[in-house]
Each structure stands twice: as C-alpha cells, then as structure tokens.
Design a protein around this ligand. Structure first.
Ligand code: XMP
Ligand code: MG
Length: 184
C-alpha cells in the first residue's frame, strides 16, 4: 500500500504477518522458560514499545513490567558509544529474573551498559530479548538470548524503530531510502 509512510521505504524486510508469527514463537518460548517464576520485563523506550506490547500478550505468564529510557544515538544513524539513562526503573529489581526487551542490538553499547547496570542492582538473572539483531554493527561483545530476526547492515525502521522519531508506526520492518537521510 502506498502512503506517506511507505513512500520512504526502499524495501520491506519483514511483513506484518511475518513479524506477528515470529513474535508468537518468541512469546511461547519465553513463557515455557519462565513458567512459575514471575519474571519482570524491562522494556527499553521508545523503540521496543510495539514489540513489547505484542510480546507480553504472547506470553501467558504472571509477570511484571517496567520501562527504562536510554539514549546513545540522538538523531544520527550511527552509535555515539555513550549511553545515558533518561528514565529509570520504578521498583527494586534485587533478586528478580529480568527480561530486557529491546528493539535492535546493533553496536551492543546499549545492552552491555544495561546488563552491567541491572547486574549492579542485584538482578537474579538477566535475559535479553531483541526484535532485531544486526551483528555487523557490533562493537561490544554482547549476545541476545532471544532474537526475532537477524538483519543486514542497513538502517531499518518500522514496528517501533524510528529514524529521527518517524516511522515507528509502520506495521512492517523496512529499509529506509537513503535520500531520506540526505533530506534532513
Ligand atoms: P546499540 O548500537 O547500542 O543500539 O546496540 C541500540 C539502539 O540504537 C538504535 N538503532 C537503530 N534504530 N534502526 C533504528 O531505527 C537501526 O537500524 C538502528 N540501529 C541501532 C536503536 O534505538 C537501538 O535501541
Ligand atoms: Mg531503542
């Protein structure tokens, strides 16, 4: 379908149906691993919100939910390497099984920082769930426990992921046209 959102997309990598199917699979696997343990999901704002909303509904578990906001990017398309907490946990996570939900694991700066941070807060365990993994971008040695899709070395948007705050509401995941960066 052509509209002002999809006009800027060079190529669709994953359709709405493919994403839905994969999220159901991830949810079922996580529910199996954490049955009876009441994990605490930690969603990373803003990119993970759409994935998180679908994922936790695919997980028939008793669980808690927290959000954190961190930034390392500004509006650029390459990592600055620095991570800052803009919104922190609202409860004690000591002794809890944490499930971090992230939109994309790229350089690894964000998730390696968050792992250290949440370990220091006394988490019993930390599980990383990322919708997308972009191994070609990696600068820090961090791996995810659950991965939706492994993506090529391109800037991707949609299903929560943005470029300069746009395209989060695109239902699919796609690669942005290069001229969109040049325009802004
Ligand atoms: P790092 O590099 O710390 O990246 O692993 C984590 C955060 O960087 C953003 N990011 C992207 N956002 N398309 C996006 O829309 C991308 O291709 C991309 N690569 C990294 C994202 O916010 C992620 O949480
Ligand atoms: Mg993000």
């Amino acid at each position: 379908m052509k509209n002002e959102l999809t006009n800027d997309i060079l190529k669709v990598l994953y359709t709405e149906d493919e994403i839905h199917q994969r999220v159901q699979e991830l949810g079922a696997a996580i529910a199996e691993e954490f049955a009876g343990r009441r994990p605490l999901f930690v969603g990373i704002l803003k990119g993970s919100v759409i994935f998180l909303a679908d994922l936790i509904r695919a997980c028939p578990l008793l669980c808690d939910l927290e959000m954190m906001a961190v930034s390392s990017y500004g509006n650029a398309t390459a990592s600055s390497g620095r991570v800052r907490i803009n919104f922190d946990l609202q409860q004690d996570v000591r002794g809890r099984d944490l499930i971090i939900v992230e939109d994309i694991l790229d350089s690894g700066n964000t998730l390696s920082f968050l792992k250290d941070y949440l370990n220091a807060k006394g988490a019993a365990s930390i599980t990383i769930v990322t919708l997308l993994d972009k191994p070609s971008g990696r600068q820090k040695a961090v791996t995810a426990d659950y991965i939706g899709f492994t993506v090529p070395d391109a800037f991707v948007v949609g299903y929560g992921l943005d470029y300069a705050q746009l395209y989060r509401n695109l239902p699919c995941i796609g690669v942005l046209k290069p001229e969109v960066y040049q325009k802004t």
